[in-house]
Design a protein around this ligand. Sequence first.
Ligand code: ARG
Length: 461
Amino acid sequence: MKLWAGRFQKETDTMVNDFNSSIGFDARLYREDIQGSIAHATMLGRQGIIETHEAEKIVAALKEILADVEAGTVEFSVDNEDIHMNIETLLTARIGDTGKRLHTARSRNDQVALDVRLYLKKEITEIRKMVLSLMDVLARKAEDNKQSYMPGYTHLQRAQPTTFAHYMMAYANMLRRDVTRLEDCLERMDEMPLGSGALAGTTYPIDRSFVAEQLGFARITQNSLDGVSDRDYVIEFLSACSLMMMHLSRFSEEIILWCSWEFKFVELDDAYSTGSSIMPQKKNPDVAELVRGKTGRVYGDLMSLLTVMKSLPLAYNKDMQEDKEALFDAVDTVKQCLPVFGAMVDTMTVLPKNMAKAASRGFINATDCADYLTRKGMPFRDAYKIVGRLVNLCISNDETLDTLALKDFRAISGLFEADIYQALELKTCVNGRKVPGGPSAEAVDNQIANIQKFLNERSDG
Ligand code: ARG
């Protein structure tokens, strides 16, 4: 029999029963639901809204239920619709009438808002740690590859020289922003909604701040209508995850390119690649491809929730039950991607020889050649034109700037002298770029130190 049977003259249609029920997916909130109910019952007892011994009985039974759920001896039922009503039904079955007092001064609307916040606070903390470990992998990879020279690209055309370390630090900085976005999101959502009731609060003399403190929230929500209608925190989280996945998808794409025969800048560890069922020679970057693919999934979760919430009038509407599957899917996806991606990067072998070979073709030192002339007094725009002519000459003669004879240089400009060859060396080109943020070993050292500092400041959680 339904809780609301008194008001109704018919049983719920079985199709509606199944359709309406969320226990199939919100069962994962059992811990948060019980935790919230324990705090609520304790507060009701303290405030004299229920008897202290009743509160104690409720708390003890809730703890037993938690242990039983964890031991796998409890079965939830679709007839009880969701995790909130399932737990309450179990409670009443165990302690009778006293159990029926738990829902005093509370609604499922503020209860679900509380549960999701508690759940998400915990998950954000875990995900944030995973991003920090990935940053640590990148910092180590950078440390080992400060002299691994490689071409940097624009339009996927070889453009200017850089190092693998500089590249790793680019991604580390993207992830640093992802961490701070998660932290911002956590800070903003750290508000306790219980006490909002169905939408208009309650007449009971409850103590919201006590409940907030019990549950480790920084503050209480400021408006009961907003308290039950708000899902911004879920959307913010999904958007932070979408951005992070976008970063991982770009990184994945590069790894996929880099381990192709056309590049061969890195070799993935056998444990982090897969073979083909038909082509014996294949070693495929499936992990990177899956991360790239799963990015779409997380974007989908974000779009789902933005669309569910669009134009919803205040306060609670059943549409909002649809928030959970999208949220859980994004949490699971991100938590699956981050560690495997980190391990793949950690174990991959960097092949600096192949990188240097690629860097020696494609005239990535052309800007440096122009800078050489500029240092000798020529305006940059004139130098740019002269080097353009030199590159053209090299292409017709199948040469590179490093192999071109000095007389050919001098035929185009008398400012060229024998030191041009040293100026064009990859190492010179990279290490001359000492500007803060640049690829020189010195500049990258600073970048690594900054990332390390960021990680150290967060090492205690
Ligand atoms: N299962 C519901 C959800 O996930 C809980 C809130 C139900 N509230 C209500 N008035 N039907 O959103």
